[in-house]
Ligand binder design. Structure first.
Ligand SMILES: C[S@@+](CC[C@H](N)C(=O)[O-])C[C@H]1O[C@@H](n2cnc3c(N)ncnc32)[C@H](O)[C@@H]1O
Length: 241
């Protein structure tokens, strides 16, 4: 299903507080470095038009929300939602989530001398997101990328699932919703195989919507309007020991 065209953003809206580029970010990503406080940090990967981050940052002001969206236009659209509401606990990154979660150097480097994450004095790479530091990771309606040569683009790849688990605190949550049944089943199997610390997936309930934008995300809205079933799960990371 093609995506609807985006409305042009208001050029008078100053997005600088809500829309970041990878090069604007501090080396370590935490509530303290991004928001200047110690509220629990939740990251949404693939925010699209930003309905989730808009509604959740309003509903739970005691948490911070960092949305990552690789498509610049969508990231700007989501940031504009936050800017119009002057939201203090949410911001968007226009960029790829994978190198930010990676615990090995990846390619946000601009030049060979600026190669990825810094090494600590004993030569280990320091990840951008500290282990056990996140309250939740949200992945809603990720592109399934069926072709074999495209599978490495999946947000729920082996590598990313391991990194999501690494960065979540014990008891932290991974939310995954999709309307693609095969992809849902394959991903649930994959998580059980490579990240058993997530335990069994807990089903999340479908809420009744009370108005036209009362949905979790834009893709959830679209699926429900077309009568397409949505598969929703939440994992809670357990202590491995
Ligand atoms: C199908 S859309 C779903 C958007 C939104 N989550 C929703 O449910 O309405 C998937 C989004 O993930 C974004 N995306 C894909 N790979 C990404 C990555 N590696 N990092 C950040 N965003 C990514 C795409 O640009 C796209 O906007």
């Amino acid at each position: 299903m093609p995506r609807a065209a985006l409305r042009k953003p208001n050029p008078d809206l100053d997005l600088s507080k809500w829309l970041k580029k990878p090069e604007d970010l501090p080396q370590e990503l935490s509530s303290q470095t991004l928001f200047g406080n110690d509220q629990p940090l939740e990251i949404e990967v693939g925010s699209g038009k930003g309905l989730f981050i808009q509604t959740e940052s309003q509903r739970r002001p005691e948490h911070n929300f960092f949305g990552i969206e690789i498509a610049g236009k969508y990231a700007a659209h989501a940031a504009a939602r936050l800017a119009r509401r002057d939201r203090a606990n949410a911001m968007m990154l226009a960029g790829d989530a994978e190198p930010l979660f990676a615990s090995r150097p990846r390619s946000y480097a601009q030049s060979p001398s600026d190669a990825g994450d810094p090494a600590s004095s004993d030569g280990r790479v320091v990840p951008r997101i500290a282990s056990g530091s996140l309250e939740a990771v949200h992945v809603y309606f990720p592109d399934p990328w069926w072709k074999k040569r495209h599978r490495k683009r999946r947000v729920l790849s082996d590598a990313n699932i391991r990194e999501f688990s690494r960065t979540l605190r014990t008891g932290g949550q991974l939310h995954f919703w999709t309307d693609v049944l095969d992809y849902f089943e394959l991903t649930v199997e994959l998580i059980a195989e490579i990240a058993p610390e997530f335990g069994v997936p807990l089903p999340e309930v479908q809420r009744e919507s009370t108005h036209d934008l009362d949905y979790h995300t834009h893709f959830e809205r679209r699926s429900r309007k077309f009568g397409i079933p949505v598969y929703r799960v939440c994992y809670r990371k357990r202590d491995r020991s």
